[in-house]
Design a protein. Structure first.
Length: 116
């Protein structure tokens, strides 16, 4: 399985971006897909997860601003990011858990830069 993340860019604080994570196979067979991010000089941080059952989870830092969703027909998971803040600046990665209990498959990352 391959994951392709896209949609990053440079925006100003308060603006929005939508990231996409396209899977090479059906996402219906995936236990969970998550978004992570890594800012320069910092460790990777979990952002949000959507599960096979449709449940979503968010980190406290993005709750209320970010929304994770699925397009099963196109095997794509989205991360809608609203009211972006400079502290959201990072490389964003999507990752999939194919029922192994861990995220074994990762996309290549897409850069999000938020200017103040």
């Amino acid at each position: 399985v391959q994951l392709q993340a896209s949609g990053g860019g440079l925006v100003q604080a308060g603006e929005s971006l939508r990231l996409s994570c396209a899977a090479s196979g059906s996402i219906r067979s995936i236990k969970a897909i998550a978004w992570f991010r890594q800012a320069p000089g910092k460790s990777r941080e979990w952002v949000a997860t959507t599960t096979n059952g449709g449940t979503t989870y968010y980190s406290d830092s993005v709750k209320g601003r970010f929304t994770i969703s699925e397009d099963n027909a196109n095997n794509t998971v989205f991360l809608q990011m609203n009211n972006l803040k400079p502290e959201d600046t990072a490389v964003y990665y999507c990752a999939a858990d194919y029922w192994s209990g861990k995220y074994d498959f990762w996309g290549q990352g897409t850069q999000v830069t938020v200017s103040s």
